[in-house]
Structures are given as C-alpha cells and as structure tokens.
Unconditional design. Structure first.
Length: 190
C-alpha cells in the first residue's frame, strides 16, 4: 500500500486555531481521547495529521495515517480516493471500493477548514503514482550527479521564464526587461 507520509508532512495545514495538527505537533490530550473511538488506529505514533472540530456536546475528527484516512463513519486507503467536492463546510469524497465509486461525506463544521482539507485531498489524488516515480528513477540511474543537477537547473530556468512571461503579459514587466532577464537565465545553462 502506498505511503503518503511525506506529502502529508509537507502539505497538510498546521493551524491549531482551525483544528489542523501535523506530526510532530499533535496535541496528545486531544489525540488520546480521539484514538479511543478509532479502533483501527492502535498507536498515536501512527497518526501523521489530525483535524479536530468541537461542536456543542460533540466533536468531529479526521485522522490521517501514512496510508489511510479515518473519521467517525468510515476509513479508506488514501490511494482509493478518486475525487473530492466541497459543499459549504462538508466534503464529499469519491472513493473506489471494490470497483465501485462510493460517496462519503465529511462534515468538517467550518467552511475554511473544508477548503483547506479539499486542497489536501486534491494533492493526494494528483500525487504521482509509484510507476511514474519508478520510471523517473530508472531514467536517472544512468546519469552522473552533474547531469542530474543540470537537468534540475534547466527545469527551474524554464519555470522561471514562464513566470516572467506571465508578468510580461500582465504588464508588470516591459518587453526589454523580460528579454534581458530571459537572456540572463538562458546564459546560466551554458
């Protein structure tokens, strides 16, 4: 099963005011009370990210391990999530289970929290699949470190030129400034 640990550690929001927590700053008291309700998560060390929203006389929690997402109603492998839609403060996940698409609602309680969580699920859905990662690794195995660094520099220069072109199109750069900066960047590749 695919691990999303690195993605969650990098991209999951960390905002205790909104109820978003990420490893290593998980609140032990909240997490301990929550783990009692989640039978499939056996250790606090398994939790990578955590969402907690307290309502009147009840709460709503979402736990992320490196491979699964859990809430009060169900749990799913992250790699089976195929789509996400936000309606107010509720997310609707499309999950592939045994070849069928199931819809699962997550009532997060706050519109901004739903928006942030939607972004997390979109990143999970768009994450490159393992076979694509393996292909890139295989392509780079025959290259020496200097070649790999040059390729990374080339990609960064191209991205920067694209951003400069957008600035030119928006009128934030003159044609002369754009051309000078582009030429300077291209000289770095030689």
């Amino acid at each position: 099963m695919r691990s999303y640990r690195v993605l969650l550690l990098r991209k999951f929001p960390e905002n205790p005011t909104l109820g978003f927590y990420r490893h290593p700053k998980l609140p032990s008291s909240l997490l301990g009370r929550t783990l009692v309700r989640f039978l499939h998560v056996t250790s606090p060390a398994d939790v990578v990210a955590f969402y907690y929203h307290e309502r009147l006389f009840r709460s709503y929690e979402v736990l992320f391990t490196d491979t699964h997402v859990y809430d009060k109603q169900a749990y799913y492998p992250l790699e089976d999530i195929r789509g996400v839609e936000r309606k107010g403060d509720t997310l609707i996940l499309e999950v592939n289970q045994l070849g069928r698409a199931l819809l699962h609602q997550m009532p997060l309680g706050v519109d901004l929290a739903a928006e942030l969580m939607e972004r997390v699920f979109e990143l999970i859905i768009r994450a490159p699949k393992e076979d694509a990662i393996e292909k890139v690794i295989q392509m780079r195995t025959g290259l020496n470190m200097a070649s790999v660094q040059w390729l990374e520099l080339r990609d960064e220069v191209i991205r920067t030129i694209d951003l400069l072109h957008e600035k030119y199109q928006e009128g934030k750069l003159s044609l002369l400034e754009y051309e000078m900066l582009r030429e300077d960047l291209l000289r770095r590749l030689l």
